[in-house]
Structure formats: structure tokens, C-alpha cells
Design a protein around this ligand. Sequence first.
Ligand code: SF4
Ligand code: SF4
Length: 267
Amino acid sequence: MIDIQKEIQKDRRAFIKNVLSGTIAGSLLMVIPAGAALDQRLPEQISGIRGDDSPFTEKKFAFVVDVTACIGCGSCCVADKNEYNVPDGNYRTWVERYIIDDHDEVFVDSPNGGLDGYTEERTDIPYPVRDTFFVPKLCNMCEKPSCVQVCPVGATYKTEDGFILVDKNRCVGCGYCIQACPYSVRFLNPISKTAEKCTWCYSRVRQGLLPACVNVCPVHARKFGDLNDKTSEVYKLLREPHVISVLKPGMGNQPALHYLGLRREVV
Ligand code: SF4
Ligand code: SF4
């Protein structure tokens, strides 16, 4: 396994140049703990998750993505794919690359959801690049989730501890929730024919573990914690004077996913 900190220090200038040009060495993807004990079940399929007598009602979980830290390596996406056996071409989380040229034109791409990192420099940008950054996307775990409101059979539901999950056994695959989600984070699993999305690794969290993507991020761009714990990093970040924002606030979904250093160009 490559030690990313050593790799960065080895040739810091070259590393920074790669990041600024919107590419990142594919070898850095080796930081992923590939094949780590895979549990093929969805969190909501694990017994005791739904109807459990002791939900984390005393906790208020939040997720913070630090856009200023993300290097677009894709380790988080690979960890997620491994954890949930996500079918090829579908993504529970993905990373977008934003490139802004000096005429303020914005170019966004996410080849294979960022799963392979960004090894290719874009050659179709007409003017000099003035800025490049990466934006990880995942379920916003909305306080007012459109997906729950439209599900005709109650398969998409909110747990007492604030997680939005899908009960695979009840889902009829109508796709209403996929249409309703303003963040396009849901897809129809081509094998089970049921709706699927990121759960913030509910089953891991119930076991006291971090979400898989948070666990592997080599630069700590993904942060997860309890807002009722005043010592937690997310509590401090959301209470202190930082530039923190949510995606599409006008939709009224009130996401529990927050972004640090989000740019106005991000949609
Ligand atoms: S981001 Fe989409 S899928 Fe996730 S809770 Fe909000 S509306 Fe539902
Ligand atoms: S969030 Fe972390 S793991 Fe994911 S692409 Fe960004 S730097 Fe890599």
C-alpha cells in the first residue's frame, strides 16, 4: 500500500501541479484497502436495523465535505463500491471535477464517477485554466426528504435517528424517488430492480464505525460525526465561522450534508 503522505512529500511540487491541472496520479489509488472484508448486504437488510428498539435518537449525525481538501483520488468511491458491491456504471457516491477557465467558463466531468481518479488532463478547455477543484457527492440525508414523500409503498423511510433508508423488500422499483431527489443520488439497481443510494453506511455507524468513504479518505476531506457532541469535529466546523453551505438550499430539503469551501459554480 502506498503511503500517500510520503508520496506527496517525495515530489510535492509535481503533486501540486497535477492537482492544479485537474489530474492526479493513478498510483495514489493504491491507498484503497482493496477487498477489505466485504459485506454484500445492504445496511437495511441487516437484522435489527429497522425496528431496532435502540436507535441513536440522542445523536444528530452530520456529514461535512471539505472541497478545499479533496484531491479527486477516488479512494472514497472505490471503498463504497467494495463495501456495497455497487453494479458497474452506478454510483452511491461520486466525485466531480470542476475546471474554470479565465473566461469564467465552467467545465464539469466525472468519468466513471471519479472511481479511477483523474489521470487524464482535459484538452478541450479553450482558454487558460484559472481554477480546478473536486466535489464529492453523496446522499444529502435531507431533513425534509423528497424521496420519502413520494414513495407510494413506504419503502423509502426515515429512521428515528435521521437516516433515510430503502427497505429493499418493500420497494416496487417504480422510480418515483429517483425522479424526486433533487440531488440525483438514487438509481435503480439493475440486479435487484429496487431503488438504491448512499446510506452514510448506516450499518457501519450502528457498529460504531465511520462510513467507509470517510475511513479511507487520505486527506480527511470527508468528515462525519454527531452534532450533539460538542467535542466532535463536525460540531466545531458547523458552529465556527467557516464558509459552510449546502447544495441547492432553495429546494427546501434541508440537507444534513454540508460543504466546506463550496464554490458558487457548483450545482
Ligand atoms: S439527497 Fe435525495 S435520496 Fe438523499 S435524502 Fe435527500 S431527497 Fe432522499
Ligand atoms: S474525498 Fe478524499 S478519498 Fe474522495 S476523492 Fe476526495 S480526497 Fe480522494
